[in-house]
Design a protein around this ligand. Sequence first.
Ligand SMILES: Nc1ncnc2c1ncn2[C@@H]1O[C@H](COP(=O)(O)OP(=O)(O)OP(=O)(O)O)[C@@H](O)[C@H]1O
Length: 257
Amino acid sequence: MSRYVLEATGIGVRFGGIQALRDARIGVRPGEVCGLIGPNGAGKTTLFDVVSGIRRPDAGRVMLDGTDVTRRSPVWRARHGMRRTFQRQQLFGQLTVADNLVVAQEWRGGGGGLVADVLGAPARRRRETARRERAADVLRTCGLDALAPEYAGALPVGRARMVELARALADPPRVLLLDEPASGMTADERQQLSAVIRHLADEQGCAVLLVEHNVAFVMELCARVVVLDLGTVLAEGTPAEVRADARVREAYLGTTA
Ligand SMILES: Nc1ncnc2c1ncn2[C@@H]1O[C@H](COP(=O)(O)OP(=O)(O)OP(=O)(O)O)[C@@H](O)[C@H]1O
C-alpha cells in the first residue's frame, strides 16, 4: 500500500481548559478518499484546521509529501497542492460562478503586474483565457456549466456547496480537505458530489479527506474511515470494520446508523 501523502501524528491542541485534541492522527494516501467522523465536539474541525495550517498544534507534526509542514502557512500548503473547503461557505456572492473559479486561480499572479493589467498585455490576456477555459472545464466536470453566468450569492445552498468544491479544484489539488461538503444537499446533489470526488481520487490520484456528519454518505464513498471521539482516534478501518466496532457503536454510531 502506498505511503501517506498527508500525515498528521501526535497532534495536541488545547483551548484554555479544553483539550480539543490529544495524540490525534490522520493520514491519507494518493487516490484515497478518507472520511473523518465523530460526535459533535470530537475535534474534527480542529484537526482539519491543524492539517490545513489555520491552527498551529501544541504538539505533534504534519507531513506533506514527506516534508514537515507543521510550521508552514496555509498559503504555503496551498502552493504545494493542498486545498480545503469550509463548513461556512466562502464564495464571492457578487461574482458569477465562473468568475469565482477564475479568481481562485489568480494567486499565481497574472504576469507583468499592474502595468500589464492596464495595458492588456498579450501574455496577460492569454493567461486570462487559459483560466477561463480551465474554469469552464471544472464546471463541466462538476455538472455546473449551466450555472456559470449566475451570481454565486443567489444559488441554493446545495448548488453553492458544489461551486465551493469546483473552486477548490480550479487549480488541480493533490490533497483536498472537505469540511461538511454534503450539508444542505439534496439526495441527487449528494450523488453528484460523490461522483466528482471519486473521479478526482480515481482519475487524478488526488488524496481526499472529508469531515461529514452524514454517516451513510461517508460509509458509501470512503475506502477508509477514521472515528474521532473526545479529541483522539477511537477507531479506524474500512466502513464495515468501523460499523462493527463496539466502541464506535457506543460512542457514536449507535444513535446515527
Ligand atoms: N476557538 C475555540 N475556542 C475554545 N474552544 C474551542 C474552539 N474551537 C473548538 N473548541 C472546542 O474544542 C472541541 C473540539 O471542537 P471541534 O469544533 O474541533 O469539534 P468537531 O468535531 O468539529 O465538532 P462539530 O461536529 O460540532 O463541528 C470542542 O469541545 C469545542 O468546544
